[in-house]
Design a protein around this ligand. Sequence first.
Ligand code: DC
Length: 220
Amino acid sequence: MSINIAIDGPVASGKGAVTKGLSKKLGIPALDTGAIYRAVTLFLLDNEIDIHDEKKILMSLNKISVRLYLAENHDLRVFTQGQDVTPRIRENRVSLAVPVVAAYVGVRDYVNRQIALVASQGNYILEGRDIGTVVLPNADYKFFLTASLEVRAKRRKADLDAKGEEYSLLEVMAQVKERDEQDMNRAIAPLRQAPDAIYIDNSNLTLEQTIDTLAKYIKL
Ligand code: DC
């Protein structure tokens, strides 16, 4: 029987870093499910497919080949059409377009099939928005990770600064808020806490403290 740990939460809640850290600590590989939505979105942008044209998007899904590889050091590499697109899926233009694409039920079905297949094949820590609520409602452990809007915007700005993408804190805060609204208000699989998920607000916790907090709940 495989063990699945679901970590859901909003943008810049620290899910990515916490999942990676927990993965190293427990020796369980991590799967960033948002990376699949991002890879699909990048494919659409690269191929100039209008992200508001649901019909065209659904027709192009069978042309997209997304492959995920976990490197020895547990880093996830994402390939579309055989090309390594790992850094490109984090560009801000992808971040801004992905909530629109992730709201289509056909896209969600496509991505969920890939996630469920991977998760059934071994122990995984899966991070996303709807892992504990929709994709793996029977996950062994479920966490809902969050932090205040201001803390999340500051983290997001630091990530963007590091990539040389310059925005003011106010602009980033507005972008984070807008993405929260899109993720929480979409009709299909909106971001929300599963009733049986453990809620962790890490606004005042360091990364290490957050990882330790989650790890204490997990009995392998
Ligand atoms: O965590 P992230 O920013 O890389 O996620 C990218 C987008 O994908 C975000 O808009 C939410 C969406 N997403 C989702 O709807 N369901 C998931 N399981 C993971 C991500």
